[in-house]
Design a protein around this ligand. Structure first.
Ligand code: PMP
Length: 531
């Protein structure tokens, strides 16, 4: 057998962080108890603005291999021309393509440690040497590629783009590749320089601010001659057609959570600083916290299901939703200022179920629900969508017995999350009501957020089950929801198709809740004063 091309003895391949399931198993926790603050991705997924059915309608065909639509969208988004854009399967693929194009045995790449490990990996695979050197022309000597991570992973620090352009001008025989995976969080870019400084390459990603890491889409912005050199060496179709379509639509009309993520990053950082910890200013979606023994601290946090990225002398935290961050900060002994965002985290483990509910009242209708009961997942997704919520529910229950405990505990926990997210209930509309038809079925829901828990639930089903859900459980579960949420809930629904009856009921409840929870700003919710 032909031997694999040898790698340098110092070569270390990429190592993925352990999954939530692995972390849970090694500490005797349930997956629902594990919160990951280590992956530098937004807490909530991007929402495709191209209907998924349409994206997946021609899976027998190859993608359009020049990625014209995606290049045009990336060019318009970044302020370049389509012939200055090169498409790759994530920034990682483009890092590899730059290394393949400009590095090889006898050539050298420079990094400044600590940094994203893929630069050394991609350089090493091509047989190039890698040096750790400060980014100054004299110190860099005659390197072939300088890998600059800006904003920097893991510290979050930012170098002004004109300083990087000056470095590229001072090293005309080298390539200066600038990884701008976190560009949207700092807003500064070398893109305006690439035409005039052709040895400068900007690499971007849809994995971070856009929330599409699973799609694997990235692009590079370079002078058109360099784009042609890179394109000659790229694989024919690195990005799948559905991913390319979704990414192009997102770049044309970006809907990002950057503002709220930055607000949360700053709230977390302020709390860490106030507690006497060090924490450099960050221009990315994470904060870097130098500590005496990062491995020990991260190990201790992980035992409680709180996963941070660990370094010998630091930890790195990617904030999630406010209530989730509060849990991590509490474990660090840090008390943050209250977040103005209305969110809640409920983590519960009983003999029968273990679950996590994460709820944001002012959401973008995104849900990720895995309860093991498919029809309940569907109903909660409808509640989130029509309630304008972001909702994550992960539950593992004793479904081997039946779905009784899971359904009731999940709905109760969603109620608790609503109560916590509502906080003091000041300035809210208070009442909400909605009628939702679904073909032959019709549901009406009315909600009063005053703290008088009461439920009137009348769901007229004709059968016993829809999928894995016994319908008799629903009225009681909705009652638990109302009692735990501390509000009055009326829901009535009837029709011929039980699926429609239940779905219309959850949609109507979502719509009524959205109205009641809206902030009308008057604070006049009750003649008796506060709710
Ligand atoms: N660059 C940096 C600096 C990163 O931190 C990451 C994510 N780990 C990537 C690139 C990877 O980006 P992509 O998902 O687009 O391959």
């Amino acid at each position: 057998m032909t031997a694999a091309r040898a790698l340098h003895e110092s070569f270390a391949p990429y190592v993925w962080a352990r999954t939530a399931a692995d972390v849970a198993a090694s500490h005797g926790l349930s997956v629902a108890e594990v919160l990951r603050f280590d992956a530098n991705v937004p807490p909530l997924p991007g929402v495709p603005s191209v209907p998924l059915g349409e994206s997946f309608s021609a899976l027998n065909e190859y993608p359009e291999g020049t990625y014209r639509e995606l290049r045009e969208a990336a060019a318009a988004y970044s302020g370049a021309e389509p012939d200055e854009i090169v498409i790759g399967a994530g920034a990682d693929d483009l890092i590899g393509l730059v290394a393949r194009t400009f590095l090889g045995p006898g050539r050298t790449a420079a990094v400044q440690l600590p940094t994203y490990p893929l630069y050394a990996i991609a350089s090493g695979i091509e047989g190039a040497g890698v040096v750790d050197a400060p980014f100054e022309p004299d110190a860099l000597g005659d390197v072939d590629v300088v890998w600059v991570c800006n904003p920097a992973n893991p510290t979050g620090e930012l170098v002004e783009p004109d300083a990087i352009a000056a470095l590229a001008r001072a090293l005309p025989d080298a390539i200066v590749a600038v990884d701008e995976a976190y560009f949207e969080y700092g807003g500064r870019t070398v893109v305006p320089f690439v035409r005039e400084v052709p040895n400068l390459i900007a690499i971007r990603s849809l994995s971070k601010a856009f929330g599409f890491a699973a799609l694997r889409v990235g692009y590079a912005v370079v002078a058109s001659g360099v784009a042609a050199e890179l394109d000659r060496r790229r694989s024919p179709a690195p990005v799948s057609a559905p991913a390319a379509r979704i990414a192009a639509a997102a770049l044309r009309d970006p809907v990002l959570d950057v503002e709220s993520e930055i607000a949360e990053r700053e709230r977390v950082r302020d709390a860490l600083l106030a507690a006497g910890l060090d924490c450099p200013r960050s221009f990315a979606n994470f904060v870097y916290v130098p500590v005496e023994d990062g491995l020990e601290l991260a190990g201790r946090l992980e035992e409680r299901g709180l996963v941070v990225r660990r370094y010998p002398y630091a930890i790195r935290i990617t904030p999630r939703l406010p209530a989730e961050n509060d849990r991590l900060l509490a474990a660090l002994g840090v008390s943050p200022a209250a977040s103005p965002a209305r969110s809640a985290l409920v983590v519960r483990t009983t003999a029968e179920t273990s679950l996590r509910v994460s709820l944001s009242l002012d959401g973008r209708r995104r849900s990720r629900v895995h309860t093991g009961v498919g029809f309940l997942d569907h109903l909660l997704a409808q509640l989130a969508f029509h309630g304008g919520l972001d909702l994550e529910v992960i539950a593992g229950g004793d479904l081997d017995v039946d779905e009784h405990h899971t359904v009731e505990d999940v709905m109760a926990a969603v109620g608790v999350a609503l109560r916590e997210a509502l906080g003091a209930r000041e300035g809210l509309t208070r009442y909400g009501a909605a009628t939702v038809p679904m073909d032959e079925a019709r549901a009406t829901a009315a909600v009063d957020l005053v703290r008088r828990p009461h439920a009137e639930i009348r769901l007229a089903f004709s059968g016993d089950r829809v999928g894995g859900l016994a319908l008799t459980l629903l009225p009681h579960a909705l009652e638990r929801f109302a009692i735990e949420a501390g509000c009055t809930v009326h829901v009535e629904a009837a029709g011929e198709d039980d699926h429609h009856v239940a779905e219309a009921a959850f949609k109507a409840l979502g719509r009524a809740l959205a109205q009641a929870c809206a902030r009308d700003g008057t604070g006049l919710g009750s003649t008796k004063g506060a709710l």
